[in-house]
Design a protein around this ligand. Sequence first.
Ligand code: FES
Length: 595
Amino acid sequence: MKVTFLPSNTVVEVEEGTTIMKALRQADIKIDAPCGGNGTCKKCKVKLITQEGEHTVLACQTELVRDAVVDVSRKDEGHRILMGGISRDVKLDPAVKAVTVNVPKPSTSDLRSSWDRLRDTVAKLTKKDPKLIKPNISLISKLYCTLEEHNYKVDAVICEDEILDVVPVGSPVLGLAYDIGTTTIACYFIDLRSGTQLAQASLLNPQTTYGGDVIMRIKYSVENGVEGPTGDVRKALNSLALKCAEEAKKSMDSIYMVTVVGNTCMHHLFMGISPASLAYSPYTAAMTDPVQVNAVDYGFTINKSAKIYMLSNIAGFVGADTVGASLSAAMDEAEKLTLLIDIGTNGEMVLGTKHRRIACSTAAGPAFEGALITYGMRGAEGAIDHVSLKNGKLEYSVIGDLKPMGICGSGIIDLLSELVRVGLVESGGKLLMGDEITDPEGIKYRDLVQVVNGIRAFVIADETVSGSGEKIVFTQKDVREVQLAKGAMAAGMRMLAKKLEVNIDDVEVIMIAGAFGNYMSPKSACGIGLIPPKLESKVIGIGNAAGQGAKLCLLSLSEYKRAEEIGRANEYLELAAEPEFQDVFVDQLEFPSDY
Ligand code: FES
């Protein structure tokens, strides 16, 4: 059977009974599948075009029974991926650098091999023991010709105790820093001679087709193997390298170093390591050590001798991204009691000072990224990103100034905070309607709470104004999803404070990393009790701090070593093992009634 996917016109042959989702994977077309294909999230809608007409169907639930045309045009192009973030000035001292060498020419009195003469010259100049420098075959294969061509004066590109390449004097020496997020991947392209950023690029993580959060991806990998998720993420990283190199008009062959951060699951899947240990209690990582590997073995088409420096993980659900964020935020030098929070599809937190820091991870779920919310979507064009209820009027803004298609994390927090404030949502989380609404402020919005598809819902945009022609609503179920996520995070913070023997209200700085943290309003976060209300003025957004951490490690070997120390020194609190956690979590499910 033949299936044709639009708009790319990709055709694949599949067996009868294959789901559209499987056929899409076969065609190497990625669409979101936040629930991992179990039919609950309804985010994998595609248009099945048959002779009878067009039908919107769920790709994961629809089996193909005859030749078909399927339109998978994406509605969330123009996604907003956060690249910038808190950083520090560091002395440029990358692991990979170029040194100019005058290699002795061979003669009857110097019959050493080309490699021996290069190695000994580099060793003398860099004060290294020549015995520690191992032969690099891919370099040796071109060494004689290169030396001859440049009259034995070349730049040797070295990485710690290795010689990676010999190039004409002054040739570019470039590097890449990556932050592999569960949802998005950010890439920074750096000139390692000057420390200048030449380009940056980002894309949605193609693994979203295996599930929106790490739990789904772990489940997929355990059941089907890591080949799909690993191959996809490696391909994505290399495509970003190509994009950056093209934009900066540089050769891929001049890229010698890569640094990578990501949560533990993303780290494992990129490395081709099964995340099975993350699936079962006590949810340990397969590895936490920092590791250096050859880029050529990980799908990169950059210089054959290039190295990848992976940052360390802290635990099963606190990964190298938290280490990277802690590094760029200099948590190891913090004089003030600081809470670092990375709100993504998981909520990782670190609380402490330079003397002691403890990390934990909460199953915040992807609610804050819009997944599992009926009309939730990422921060892309068409997403409602801010909402307010003022003088009886509902107001909102839409990314790209378009008609609204759905609501993203920052909009969800604003909306829920407003619903709580005007008394449409009780502190227990019930969405009130009709005569149940008694708050004079809430009564003004009474008409907007309706029963839609059998469930109570607050209407944000009706059919006449929405971009899809469908009513955009926020349902009782959506309130519960956010309530669970915020309850888990708020409880995690309190457990960390208890472990550190401090009061949560004594926190002096709250740094919120990640895209959602950057765009959300601290007032709204306090309004739903995600952040302790007393701490509203202490909140600062630090952007993509994890990506900035990867950049610092690219620019400086000592920063990479410092990151290793940060990861090693960070204590980890496993919330599931804390008998009290459940009670604290239940307490924190309440919305503040007096904010
Ligand atoms: S409903 Fe199809 S992926 Fe969730």
